[in-house]
Each structure stands twice: as structure tokens, then as C-alpha cells.
Design a protein around this ligand. Structure first.
Ligand SMILES: Cc1cc2nc3c(=O)[nH]c(=O)nc-3n(C[C@H](O)[C@H](O)[C@H](O)COP(=O)(O)OP(=O)(O)OC[C@H]3O[C@@H](n4cnc5c(N)ncnc54)[C@H](O)[C@@H]3O)c2cc1C
Length: 462
């Protein structure tokens, strides 16, 4: 890591041409593109509080069994070099076929290596400084810059700013204030801090709240740490992500225009197509490149209906598991190791040395009780993206950003430029990644983020 040094110093502030805030995949994708596009005279600062620059929550894991859920052929950092990740895998003697699902830790290494090579090889590149710090506040300066106040002092200002802050973990769906200290330490609010796994006894009973991709990661991580006890999974609908096909078919041919049509009509069309023989995975794959435009063309009321009614089904069909992971998980389910419950969590109480959970079974008034030793929050990433971030809250207070009306991050235009509280587009303040879900909807996976990162870098370099 390059130590913090200055772009241009003015009035005890360091002023850069571009400040990228964040240190996950989105930030590194933006930086890689900036290095390729900006002149040698330009300066870039990256402010991030994550020890593994480029890894973020997704690619920080050291567990080989934590696999990508997108085939290797679609995971290159660069739009114009689609084979980049495959070639990296091959250089590292890893399986490197297009359809392979590499480990997420390898992907983290690939991102880090790619950035390091770009910085090392390119002598004529712009200056890039990495500043390990949390941006705690933001100040608009008269000199046409935005200044970020660092948590432990200092200010870094940029003429252009790109917010790459990711999302926070969702809050527990139940209050734990009343629990005693011991039992409280058995509530895992953020399972991505994997150290909790070492505290679990081999036969402890674990209850996971949420049944998506995070739950599957945690079940497999528990098993690899020697856990052999019972795992209960409680979620509203008990829906689990599907697997990718082992022999994927090409995407289906679809013609669709969302302008002026309702969500139900669109879904009706898809169902008809599947009934007349189209493979549903091929249909979902055909929707991938069209999803953002479809979302933008839907009326706001229809987008809202989608979030209320279709979201859980969309997630399990769209964000699928690597086939091997799907099979391994299915085996645990069939063996009775993992048990599913669909319903609404009502209470969580401390019964001395165990938890008592009560939930109302879906579709009935029946209350079911479970006794468990651990509660793990896998209810997913926080959708709104503002609650977890004091920086964004501060920027909102100042009118620099506004929350998306549907709670999907912050409002941006189609060029990823943020809107301020008067609705004016700010041509020097961009956002990249899940924060822009209100405008683009599907903007959490690498294939979508890399395209956005390239566009934003190109606009800044213009
Ligand atoms: C477990 C998991 C698995 C995934 N698997 C895949 C996959 O297989 N394929 C795929 O395409 N996508 C996958 N994804 C999607 C993934 O989210 C994206 O690919 C990408 O990692 C998102 O990166 P990001 O930089 O936008 O956010 P994050 O990775 O969350 O990074 C945001 C960073 O910003 C930092 N930050 C936040 N606020 C501040 C601040 N105020 N000051 C300084 N720094 C700050 C945070 O510390 C963090 O490091 C997965 C996601 C998860 C969570």
C-alpha cells in the first residue's frame, strides 16, 4: 500500500483530481479504469477503511469452499478484456474453463494482482494514493471541490468524487436488548466476521435467520469448521437459491419492452414462454443484459410492486449457486442436518443457557417454538444503504445526496451522477455499486459494476 501523500496541498487540505471513497471491488474497478484513462499529470486518492483493499465483504473470505456464483468467463475486471480472469486463473494453475466457478478468495487475489500490476507496469500513469482511513464527514468547498474529513483527522478533497461505499449488513429482525450478556454473545449480527465459527461447539444447535446466499455460505463454513449439529433455517418463505445448470444452455431469444406495461403482464409473458418450452435459466440469462433498461422503463409504481411481491423469487432465480455448492447443500438438507422453517419470527428469549425462538408458521396462526444455542443473522445486505453509513447520513443532511424514493441507495441519473436535495445533477459526484440500485436495480454483481466503473471513469477522464 502506498502511504498517504499529497496530490496538491492547499490550506492544509490535500486536493486530488479524483477521490474514490470505499475500498471494495467497486472502488478498485474505478481506480483500474482511471489509471488506464487519466493523463500522467492527474492525481487520485482512494480512501478506504478495509484492510484488504479490493476484497470487501465478498472476496475477503479465505475459505476455498466460498465460491463465486458467476462463471469465471464473466468475472473479468475489464469490459474490453473478457478473458482477463480466465487467463489469471490459468497462470495460477487453477481450473480455468469458462464455466468454472472459482473461489472468492482467488477472485480477491485476482483483483489485488490486477491493480498492483497496473500500478507497477504503467510508468506513465496518473498518481494514485491509498489512504487507509474512514471518511467520517464531507464538506463542500467554494473552490469547486468536495472535502472528506477523515475519522482520525485530516481532510482529503477532490474535484471529482466517486462514492463506492457498498451496503451494510441488515439489522436483526428482532430486539435483543433483553438478553443476558452470555446469550447475547451467541447472537451473530454480522456473520461475515468469520471468527464466530471458532466459538461454536461441534454439536451446538444453530438457528440461521434468512435463507439466501449468505445462509448457504455460513452452513458450509460451519461444516468445514467441524460443526456436526442441527441447523435450523428460518425465513418468511423458506425460499432457497437455485443452482446454475451443469451444462448451461444459451440465453433464450426474448423481445421485451417494459414501457407502459405492468409487472404482471411482463411476468405473464415469461410464464407463457416457459410453458411453451423455454428453459427458465435461459430466460433469466437472456434478461441479464436487459434488466437495467427494463427496470428504468417500468413505472415507479410497478417497480414498487416488484419489490413488494416478486423480489424473493427474482433473487433465487437470478442469483444462483455454483452447481457443486448447490449439490453439497442439498445433501445436507436431505440428511436432515439443515431444517427449513417458513414463518415470521415473533420472539427471541433467553432461557438460561439456550435461546427460545417462537415463530408463526407461514399461512397459519400456529406458533412454533425452537430451542437453539446460536442465532445467526443472514437476512442479507441492508437494502437502503444509508442507515449503516454515517458519511451518507451526513451528506444527506447537507443536501449533497438524497435517498432513492424506493429505499434503494441514493438517487443518481443514468450516468451514475448523484442528485442533490434540489434534484440537480452533480457532475462531479458519482456513485458506483449497490448504492445506485434505485436507478439500475441489478448493480451488485461484477459484470454490472465493471461496466458502470468504466463509464464513470470515462466521464471523469473526458
Ligand atoms: C458474500 C458475497 C458474495 C458475492 N459473490 C459474488 C459473486 O460470486 N459474483 C459477483 O459478481 N458478485 C458477487 N457478490 C457481489 C459483490 O457485492 C460485488 O461483486 C462487490 O464485491 C461489491 O463491492 P463494493 O465495493 O460495491 O462494496 P463492498 O465490497 O461492500 O465495499 C465497500 C467498501 O467501502 C468501505 N467503506 C464504506 N464506507 C466507508 C467510509 N465512510 N470511509 C472509507 N471506506 C468506507 C467498506 O469498508 C468496504 O470495504 C457477492 C457479494 C457478497 C456479499
Amino acid at each position: 500500500m502506498i502511504n498517504a501523500s499529497c496530490g496538491q496541498s492547499w490550506n492544509k487540505r490535500l486536493i486530488y483530481d479524483v477521490v474514490v471513497v470505499g475500498s471494495g471491488f467497486s472502488a478498485i474497478a474505478v481506480v483500474c479504469n482511471l489509471v488506464r484513462k487519466l493523463p500522467q499529470t492527474a492525481s487520485v486518492a482512494v480512501i478506504g477503511d478495509d484492510p484488504g483493499f479490493g476484497r470487501g465483504t465478498a472476496y475477503r473470505t479465505e475459505m476455498h469452499l466460498h465460491r463465486l456464483n458467476v462463471p469465471a468467463a464473466r468475472m473479468s475486471l475489464f469490459m474490453d478484456r473478457p478473458a482477463d480472469f480466465i487467463e489469471w486463473l490459468s497462470r495460477k494453475d487453477r481450473p480455468s474453463r469458462d464455466a468454472d466457478f472459482a473461489s472468492r478468495s482467488d477472485y480477491g487475489l485476482y483483483v489485488r494482482d490486477t491493480l498492483a500490476n497496473l500500478l507497477r507496469r504503467n510508468n506513465e500513469r496518473c498518481r494514485v494514493d491509498f489512504i487507509k482511513a474512514k471518511a467520517a464527514g464531507c464538506v463542500e468547498r467554494y473552490s469547486g471541490t468536495l472535502g472528506f474529513l477523515l475519522e482520525h483527522g485530516g481532510e482529503i478533497a477532490g474535484r471529482h468524487v466517486v462514492l463506492c461505499l457498498g451496503l451494510g449488513n441488515a439489522k436483526l429482525p428482532v430486539d435483543i436488548e433483553g438478553l443476558g450478556a452470555t446469550m447475547r454473545s451467541h447472537v451473530i449480527e454480522n456473520p461475515w466476521r468469520l471468527s464466530w465459527l471458532t466459538r461454536v461447539g461441534p454439536l451446538d444447535r444453530v438457528c440461521i435467520l434468512g435463507s439466501g446466499l449468505t445462509m448457504i455460505d455460513q452452513v458450509l463454513a460451519l461444516r468445514s469448521h467441524g460443526h456436526r449439529g442441527r441447523i435450523d433455517v428460518l425465513s418468511r418463505r423458506g425460499l432457497v437459491p437455485h443452482g446454475h445448470a451443469r451444462d448451461p444452455k444459451p440465453p433464450a431469444a426474448i423481445e421485451i419492452d417494459a414501457r407502459g406495461i405492468t409487472l404482471s403482464r411482463m411476468l405473464h409473458g415469461f410464464r407463457q414462454q416457459i410453458r411453451s418450452g423455454t428453459n427458465w435459466r435461459s430466460l433469466m440469462d437472456a434478461l441479464r443484459p436487459k434488466t437495467q433498461v427494463l427496470w428504468q422503463d417500468l413505472a415507479p409504481s410497478e417497480r414498487s410492486r416488484f419489490l413488494r411481491h416478486a423480489l424473493p423469487w427474482w433473487n433465487i432465480h437470478r442469483h444462483r449457486l455454483a452447481p457443486a455448492i448447490h449439490d453439497e447443500f442439498d445433501k445436507l438438507r436431505q440428511q436432515g442436518v439443515v431444517n427449513f422453517h417458513s414463518g415470521y419470527l415473533k420472539t427471541l428469549s433467553d432461557a438460561g443457557d439456550e435461546f427460545c425462538i417462537e415463530y408463526r408458521r407461514r399461512g397459519s396462526q400456529e406458533t412454533i417454538a425452537l430451542s437453539v444455542d446460536w442465532i445467526v443473522n443472514c437476512t442479507g445486505m441492508e437494502r437502503a444503504g444509508l442507515v449503516h453509513s454515517p458519511l451518507l447520513q451526513e451528506m444527506r443532511r447537507q443536501g449533497l445526496v438524497v435517498a432513492d424514493p424506493l429505499g434503494l441507495g441514493i438517487s443518481v441519473d443514468r450516468a451514475s451522477r448523484t442528485l442533490n436535495s434540489t434534484g440537480t445533477v452533480q457532475s462531479n459526484l458519482y456513485a458506483v455499486g449497490a448504492l445506485t440500485a434505485g436507478q439500475f436495480w441489478e448493480i451488485t454483481a461484477v459484470p454490472d459494476i465493471r461496466a458502470q466503473a468504466e463509464q464513470v471513469a470515462a466521464q471523469i477522464a473526458m
